[in-house]
Write a protein that binds this ligand. Structure first.
Ligand SMILES: C[S@@+](CC[C@H](N)C(=O)[O-])C[C@H]1O[C@@H](n2cnc3c(N)ncnc32)[C@H](O)[C@@H]1O
Length: 205
């Protein structure tokens, strides 16, 4: 199985997440969904079980052309069963590194980059960056360490758990925000959740 493939956690991923974090890991990626323009093309990378498709449908019940790229076959199967209302969704069960689209209006990466090492984030970032049109928006949500002791404990426990179960490669959080800065993105919104442990940002290319 490829590294960072969440197949083994698919049957219980959402329940475990809600048990530990309540709705925080939903509320964060959902926060900036109202900024998605009507009738736009949206690339979602690493959407997991696909709950975000239903959250998008609540805010934008029709008109979106969504490409849903997920490396895990089991996660993709669960996602296909979601109610996407009037939006059109194409599911691609492949690593995003193997997928090339063009001129997307919006990119959404919920808890994707924290699966990668500092060294592997730039090529991944660059690949996704190529798919977003100039002026497009990128909604990125990740964990962050803001200095509280329990954040370190929780983060290490999660990374160890998903390393054993899903082959996640990282031991610490990479600095994904740095890639946005290096590529001249403008941060148009930022909100933290769960005692600052989770941060979601809206960037404009
Ligand atoms: C931490 S989970 C987050 C799932 C979901 N976004 C959520 O918030 O519930 C990361 C997801 O990214 C997927 N993933 C990891 N590497 C990927 C890649 N290279 N291309 C596409 N998906 C990937 C995993 O299979 C997993 O479902």
């Amino acid at each position: 199985m490829m590294r960072g493939n969440y197949d083994n956690s698919a049957p219980f991923y959402d329940r475990l997440s809600r048990l530990i974090f309540g709705r925080a890991l939903i509320n964060a990626p959902v926060h900036f969904l109202p900024l998605i323009p009507a009738n736009s093309s949206v690339l979602i990378v690493g959407g997991g079980t696909g709950w975000i498709l239903e959250e998008i449908a609540r805010v934008h019940p029709f008109g979106l052309s969504i490409t849903y790229v997920e490396i895990s076959a089991r996660m993709t199967d669960l996602s296909r069963k979601r109610n996407v209302a009037g939006n059109h969704v194409v599911f691609i069960n492949q690593p995003v590194q193997d997928v090339s689209l063009s001129a997307q209006d919006v990119v959404i990466t919920p808890f994707l980059f924290d699966n990668f090492t500092e060294a592997n984030v730039p090529p991944l970032f660059d690949h996704i960056h190529q798919q977003l049109k100039p002026g497009g928006i990128w909604l990125n949500t990740d964990f962050q360490i803001s200095g509280k002791w329990w954040q370190h404990v929780l983060l290490k426990s999660m990374l160890l758990f998903f390393k054993v179960l899903c082959g996640v490669e990282s031991w610490r959080l990479p600095d994904a925000d740095k890639q946005f800065q290096l590529n001249d993105y403008v941060t148009t919104g930022k909100q933290t959740f769960y005692g600052d442990f989770v941060v979601t940002r809206c960037y404009r290319k």
